[in-house]
Design a protein. Structure first.
Length: 39
């Protein structure tokens, strides 16, 4: 039973990390756009 809860928690953590990765890529693209506008 404890292993099931652990696997669910690890799955949720992996989903959160993927969402954070996508967010960081969006922020990276936004900063490149701002760099392009500043030049």
């Amino acid at each position: 039973m404890k292993s099931v809860a652990f696997s669910v928690i690890s799955y949720q953590l992996s989903v959160i990390s993927y969402q954070l990765l996508g967010l960081s890529f969006k922020l990276l693209g936004l900063s490149f756009k701002l760099l392009g506008l500043s030049y």
